[in-house]
Design a binder for this molecule. Structure first.
Ligand SMILES: *[C@@H]1O[C@H](CO)[C@@H](O)[C@H](O)[C@H]1NC(C)=O
Ligand SMILES: *[C@@H]1O[C@H](CO)[C@@H](O)[C@H](O)[C@H]1NC(C)=O
Ligand SMILES: *[C@@H]1O[C@H](CO)[C@@H](O)[C@H](O)[C@H]1NC(C)=O
Ligand SMILES: *[C@@H]1O[C@H](CO)[C@@H](O)[C@H](O)[C@H]1NC(C)=O
Ligand SMILES: *[C@@H]1O[C@H](CO)[C@@H](O)[C@H](O)[C@H]1NC(C)=O
Ligand SMILES: *[C@@H]1O[C@H](CO)[C@@H](O)[C@H](O)[C@H]1NC(C)=O
Ligand SMILES: *[C@@H]1O[C@H](CO)[C@@H](O)[C@H](O)[C@H]1NC(C)=O
Ligand SMILES: *[C@@H]1O[C@H](CO)[C@@H](O)[C@H](O)[C@H]1NC(C)=O
Ligand SMILES: *[C@@H]1O[C@H](CO)[C@@H](O)[C@H](O)[C@H]1NC(C)=O
Length: 350
């Protein structure tokens, strides 16, 4: 049926269009982070898409009240690691939730919980969290504690996307997209790797034994088994300091060590730009190695272009490996909130 008169037609056409078109949000790379446009009431923000955290929060001083905003007395205090381009910065944020009307991916949602940072370190316009649901949404002992609301699940339920899944396809040229719904097979090439992940808090892979846990691979050689969290909101690869030191030394890199005012220590490795080592991960039982793109794995180089710093950070603050956006580049990474899986493949046209 197709009626061509009256306002009903406009409504129907608009609705049909929203259902038929793939829901695709353009992303833009900016100094280690991937920006997406997000509207709250009349305000528009560039938020960092972050599969490593849960809530949507807006940077201190930016979120103005509007006719649709309703304050709550519930909120949270969060510390983020990897808050700057080289991954060494921590950011602490205190925020309170406001119920408001938002627009994202062409979908309007009312009464969505938006975090309003009242005291915090700079985190650009803010963060758009896409982790699996927080295990602790509220705290019976603290009536003011609220972890937030899952943007992905809210969009899935409003748009009837089931299973609830979304993909990130991040290219080498600084463009990419967040796509709701099934993986688009025409965009990928090669094998799809599917990993079982935790159902709460983080896209962290599950293993039954140490032998089936992910492997760090250097120049085609397995280096060590690791516990891996996939997090596109981390700017690089961050691992436990002693393991990273040993990994970088194993390929002859020079180590540079720093510490911050809180006593955390960090290592980076420098190397001759003409002969980089290849760093990647494999996921048993498959032996296929998924390398970090060579270009994305250069954090910086000296003015003469001869000495490079690898974009891999060893930090005393972590026992786990954060597989950040440098590894996502060139891939389509699909996140399924119902099945609790993460699946990925190379982009056909990165
Ligand atoms: C899949 O990706 C191709 C290439 O980008 C695009 O033309 C097509 O519209 C996409 N299909 C869906 C269902 O999103
Ligand atoms: C978001 O970033 C783009 C590119 O830098 C810019 O053109 C746009 O004005 C920004 N939007 C907001 C709301 O800051
Ligand atoms: C966000 O918090 C600031 C500081 O407390 C406040 O001035 C502002 O009105 C709040 N914004 C909203 C939308 O409630
Ligand atoms: C990304 O967003 C930040 C604000 O969060 C803005 O300063 C920056 O210009 C944006 N960059 C791009 C390339 O969109
Ligand atoms: C996915 O989870 C949602 C929320 O729990 C549920 O409504 C939906 O039916 C599930 N879809 C599938 C395919 O399991
Ligand atoms: C894809 O998987 C098949 C079967 O496991 C394997 O033979 C093939 O080498 C894989 N492709 C790549 C590019 O590794
Ligand atoms: C999963 O792998 C990690 C890293 O190898 C290991 O420390 C841990 O014991 C493994 N978990 C189980 C249940 O075997
Ligand atoms: C490594 O350190 C040695 C000794 O300080 C120095 O001669 C060499 O240039 C350094 N190489 C790189 C790649 O940093
Ligand atoms: C490269 O980055 C590291 C870590 O941020 C920094 O310590 C070093 O000074 C930088 N080197 C150059 C040449 O920019």
């Amino acid at each position: 049926m197709f009626r061509l008169t009256g306002p009903t037609v406009l409504l129907c056409a608009g609705h049909a269009l929203a259902d038929a078109l793939p829901m695709r949000v353009p992303l833009r790379f900016d100094q280690g982070f991937w920006n997406a446009s997000f509207s709250v009431g009349p305000q528009n923000f560039n938020l960092s898409v972050d599969t490593g955290s849960f809530a949507v929060i807006i940077g201190q001083g930016l979120y103005k009240p509007n006719p649709t905003s309703v304050q709550t007395n519930m909120g949270e205090f969060i510390q983020f690691n990897g808050a700057n381009e080289d991954g060494t910065l921590m950011a602490s944020e205190t925020f309170f939730f406001v119920r408001d009307e938002i627009d994202f991916a062409g979908v309007s949602l009312s009464d969505f919980l938006v975090g309003n940072i009242t005291v915090g370190d700079p985190i650009r316009d803010g963060i758009l969290g896409l982790s699996p649901p927080a295990s602790q949404i509220t705290d019976p002992n603290d009536p003011t504690f609220l972890a937030g609301q899952s943007l992905a699940q809210t969009i899935c339920s409003q748009q009837s996307i089931s299973p609830c899944e979304f993909g990130l396809e991040l290219k080498f040229d600084g463009t990419g997209s967040l796509i709701f719904g099934p993986m688009n097979d025409t965009m990928i090439t090669g094998n799809i790797t599917t990993l079982k992940t935790q159902s709460n808090d983080a896209w962290i892979t599950l293993n039954d034994t140490a032998e089936d846990s992910p492997l760090l691979v250097i120049n085609d050689q397995p280096f060590t088994h690791i516990i891996a969290i996939f997090d596109n909101g981390t700017p690089n690869i961050i691992g436990p300091i002693e393991t990273v030191r040993a990994a970088l030394l194993s390929v002859g890199y020079n180590i540079s060590e720093t510490s911050d005012s809180s006593g955390a220590s960090f290592v980076f490795g420098t190397y001759d730009c003409a002969s980089p080592a290849r760093f990647g991960f494999s996921f048993p039982p498959s032996t296929e190695v998924h390398y970090i793109d060579a270009g994305a794995n250069v954090l910086n180089r000296t003015a003469d272009g001869l000495i490079c710093t690898a974009n891999i950070l060893g930090a005393s603050t972590t026992d786990l490996w954060l597989i950040g956006q440098t590894w996502f580049q060139g891939r389509y990474v699909q996140h399924n909130l119902n099945a609790s899986t993460l699946a990925f493949a190379d982009l056909a046209d990165a």
